[in-house]
Design a protein around this ligand. Structure first.
Ligand code: FA5
Length: 337
């Protein structure tokens, strides 16, 4: 093989090199002890003495050219590598990506928000026993076994005669027996009714019960407490009004309506053009209920209310179907992130 051929072969191989480590392999192939340049040099013995000097110089020149070309290529590859690295550089000062974490269910968020409003008003916040006795849910509330008012609550029963509570009023007797006036307590928790479900009714839903017992407590205190709560919850001043209603455990029994939060009292399809939303049952606690709880109704009076939690959330966010809350549909749940 001639000097020129070895150079051509080297040039061809060099141009295909992409990695620094492969350059070293190429260097050994051509300049190593058994490399192509040394193999060429061994041919010197076959030449006449006059040509040996010239050939020796040619091979040495080839060796220097190869060394120089490898060095140039090394520089070239190093520069490319640095450029690529600087393009891919990680900027540790950039803000991180928000992790896709879960969040509290909207019902839990609202329960906490409502608990906070009532705590700021001086109320203690309790959770109900979810399974309780006939006594707690009915009898202690002035509803004996054969009372027709039992039909107001479609009740599930256990074989032992207990029940998943139909309303948070089931905690009233426990509160009167375990607290001394002045009593200010709110119960927020799940209730269960043996009802067919539709856009406004679930078999499992939440109520917010409240009781206030002290000397000289009147309906005026009840109305003002509700006005302050709803104005806080809906974020603006709202008018309220009451009309008579019936629950065996309050006398007088009332239904409280707030100015429609959607149309601001002008009249819309949600408030059936009336401008008002009837939103909760309430009233002055019946004297027999106080007596049953160990409180003397001649000394103390009080009021109680029961609000449907899902209903007031639905009004706040314009949710048209109560069944969304427990549908497990993440598109709905994530709106409350
Ligand atoms: C009661 O349960 C009474 N305990 C309220 C009360 C407490 C009156 C204290 C007086 C004094 P009612 O059955 O109307 O009342 O239920 C109260 C609220 O719970 C309703 O206005 C409604 O918002 C909600 N509610 C009732 N049934 C369902 C249901 N199946 N699905 C969703 N919400 C319901």
């Amino acid at each position: 093989m001639k000097v020129a051929e070895v150079w051509q072969q080297f040039e061809k191989k060099l141009s295909g090199q992409k990695e620094l480590k492969d350059l070293e392999v190429l260097r050994i192939e051509f300049l190593g002890r058994k490399g192509k340049v040394n193999q060429l040099l061994q041919k010197i013995t076959q030449l006449s003495p006059e040509k040996r000097r010239e050939f020796g110089q040619e091979v040495n020149q080839l060796k220097r050219r190869i060394e120089a070309a490898i060095e140039r290529k090394k520089q070239e590859l190093r520069t490319d590598l640095e450029n690529n690295l600087s393009k891919e550089k990680l900027d540790v000062t950039l803000p991180g990506q928000e992790p896709n974490l879960g969040h509290l269910h909207p019902i839990t968020q609202m329960k906490w928000e409502i608990a906070d409003i009532f705590q700021r008003m001086g109320f203690e916040v309790l959770e109900p026993l979810e399974v309780n006795s006939d006594y707690a849910n009915f009898e202690a509330l002035n509803i004996p076994p054969d009372h027709p008012a039992r039909d107001m609550w479609d009740t599930f029963w256990t074989r032992e005669g207990h029940l998943p509570i139909t309303h948070t009023s089931s905690m009233q007797n426990w509160i009167y027996r375990n607290r001394k006036p002045p009593i200010r307590a709110v119960v927020i928790g799940r209730c269960f009714r043996n009802e067919a479900t539709d856009a406004g009714h679930e078999h499992t839903f939440h109520q917010i019960e409240g009781v206030y017992v002290d000397r000289g407590i009147t309906v005026a205190h009840l109305i003002e407490t509700m006005r302050v709560f709803f104005s806080e919850f809906y974020g603006r001043e709202l008018k309220t009004k009451v009309r008579p209603s019936y629950f065996p455990f309050v006398e007088p029994g009332l239904e409280l309506a707030i100015e429609c939060v959607l149309c601001r009292g002008k009249g819309c399809s949600v408030c059936k053009q009336s401008g008002w939303l009837e939103i909760l049952g309430c009233g002055q606690i019946h004297p027999s209920v106080l007596k049953e709880g160990g409180i003397d109704p001649k000394k103390h009076t009080g009021f109680a209310w029961g609000i449907g939690l899902e209903r007031i959330i639905m009004l706040r966010y314009g949710i048209e179907d109560i069944r969304h809350f427990h549908s497990g549909d993440l598109r709905f749940i994530r709106k409350f992130k």
